[in-house]
Design a protein around this ligand. Structure first.
Ligand code: BGC
Length: 271
């Protein structure tokens, strides 16, 4: 998997949400490097989406930017319609768009709670449902992939690690775990695979405030036994592999990519 193989996802169409920044950019680029044509979804950051498209095209790949707020049903449906009109169908969806609105629990407003649940959890529901409808309509194309469709949910270590001060975010990621597993169970008979990636601290804008001073960086690294912050390209390569037929027998799983953050590092010396 070290060198992208453009045959791995050849003739496949992927939708990556939130592909204008952070992990989404790396996932979109990796899928394209492995041969997929990629829809670069964005909500507000048109310049970021344009840059992702330009990078993919410069590397010889195919990409199309489509604006849609994933928390809005009509916008998600329009994005999938446009994708199918343009590329013919969809084989891979990476439900990646997500955000944090961090506040102490007792101060959290309903609006702050709702915003995070709407984008992170309802947004994934809407994208998975539209993708699954198309996967089932089209069925397996054995010359393209063993599966009718591949769903990848971008979760987090916080689907299992509680997170004080981030209750809305942790709840959304815990919800994604049961969304993904239940969907995987329901859709397996249709030859649709659903899995999640659970990143730990990856160097992206979402966690800049947790690592922009040496003290913060040190505190963050104390939670990571492998002692480094992750690279978005690591997550991109994992997504490309999970979407490929090499992972055809994997469904209903979360693969944590976190340098050991989920290993309860406090117990290395305690307990
Ligand atoms: C969050 C980051 C955080 C990481 C580890 C991710 O899901 O978005 O802000 O650094 O989890 O705590």
């Amino acid at each position: 998997m070290a060198t992208p193989d453009p045959r791995r996802l050849a003739n496949q169409i992927a939708v990556v949400t939130g592909a204008s920044s952070g992990i989404g950019v790396a996932v979109a680029k990796a899928l394209a490097a492995h041969g997929a044509a990629v829809v670069i979804n964005y909500s507000n950051d048109a310049d970021g989406a344009k840059a992702t498209v330009a990078d993919i095209e410069a590397a010889g790949g195919k990409a199309l930017a489509i604006q849609a707020d994933v928390s809005q049903e009509d916008q998600v449906q329009a994005m999938f319609r446009q994708t199918i009109e343009h590329f013919g169908t969809v084989h891979i969806v990476v439900a990646n768009a997500g955000l944090q609105v961090d506040t102490p629990f007792v101060d959290m407003t309903l609006e702050q709670w709702q915003k995070v649940i709407d984008v992170n959890l309802t947004g994934q529901f809407l994208c998975l449902r539209e993708a699954a409808r198309e996967f089932i309509r089209r069925g397996v194309q054995p010359e393209i992939s063993k599966a009718a469709g591949k769903i990848i949910c971008m979760s987090s270590v916080h689907e299992i690690i509680p997170w004080a001060g981030h209750v809305n975010y942790a709840a959304s990621k815990g919800g994604i775990m049961q969304l993904m597993k239940s969907v995987a169970q329901e859709l397996a008979p249709h030859k649709i695979r659903a899995n999640s990636i659970g990143p730990g601290a990856i160097a992206t804008p979402i966690n800049l405030s947790a690592r922009d001073t040496p003290e913060e960086e040190k505190a963050l690294l104390s939670l990571i036994p492998y002692n480094r912050v992750g690279d978005p390209t690591d997550v991109g390569n994992l997504a490309a592999w999970l979407a490929s037929d090499e992972a055809d027998y994997i469904t209903g799983q979360t693969i944590f990519m976190d340098g050991g953050m989920t290993l309860y590092p406090g117990f290395a010396e305690g307990g």
